[in-house]
Design a protein around this ligand. Sequence first.
Ligand code: SF4
Ligand code: MG
Length: 321
Amino acid sequence: HNVILDVQNLQTYFPIQGGVVRKTVGYVHAVEDVSFQIREQETFGLVGESGCGKSTTGRTILRLIEPTSGHIYFDGQDLCALDKESMRQKRRDMQLVFQDPYASLNPRMTVRKLLEEPLKTHFSLSQAGMDEQVLWISQAVGLSPEQLERYPHQFSGGQRQRISIARALITKPRFVVADEPVSALDVSIQAQILNLLMGLQKDLKLSYLFISHDLNVVRHISNRVGVMYLGRIMELGDTEDVYHTPMHPYTQALLSAIPKRDPSEEKARIRLEGDVPSPASPPPGCAFHNRCPHCTAACKEQVPESRELSPGHWVACHLYD
Ligand code: SF4
Ligand code: MG
């Protein structure tokens, strides 16, 4: 399949204001030199601990947050070169599903009104035209016609996530950022929503950027995966390659902490010392060096370049220089 999204050397910094005059005293390096591609009808998982820059990466790609530098090509077009109005139009092709659907659904609107809202933003349809689209998407996500007249608080968490998925997909986007879409749900409901997302992907030919801190969820849904730490992608490859043969010491530690479904993959738990440094003052050299069991002098000075160690499997670590 063709590449639909091509992210190159993306950086997103947030200024830190300080002092009585509120001048910029530094920057939070939320996203640091991130590059990856997503193909049509593919799910690319972005995994890492909370605060590592996953959500900021997703929101920067949609330009809900402005990038500091880098390029975001969608269908070959550089989104960073678009003005606000062109970007607004693009958003019907690029949508976002949030972790907490309750926070993103206006409690005073019925499901029907909630689903009509994105149609009104992006198209000028007659009421009959809107009714048709609302019926189509509600059936696709498993909501009944009667449920369209109800309010968000009358639904369970899983059903609210169906509503929020319907809202994201009613404009028929080609690319969706799903940011922790099942993290707020009971485990029993998570599988239903993941299966729904996978079914819709097939039917509607969607590409997903799937963001989660949950390694099992990411493995279940992703074709390829990127492992983020302190704003950087440390390892990237086919999901099964990365999970079966993790090459980066951070990935190895992360994966050693989860129970394996295949006992042959079971390895001793790697316990990391120390804390994740602040993204306001990331360490020189490898961002992981203060916690890495394999750290050498070079690691403290030089940022490791990402290298392709086997086809499609990229690792940023001096162990493989
Ligand atoms: Fe560890 Fe060095 Fe590799 Fe960083 S570059 S992960 S510190 S071995
Ligand atoms: Mg997040």
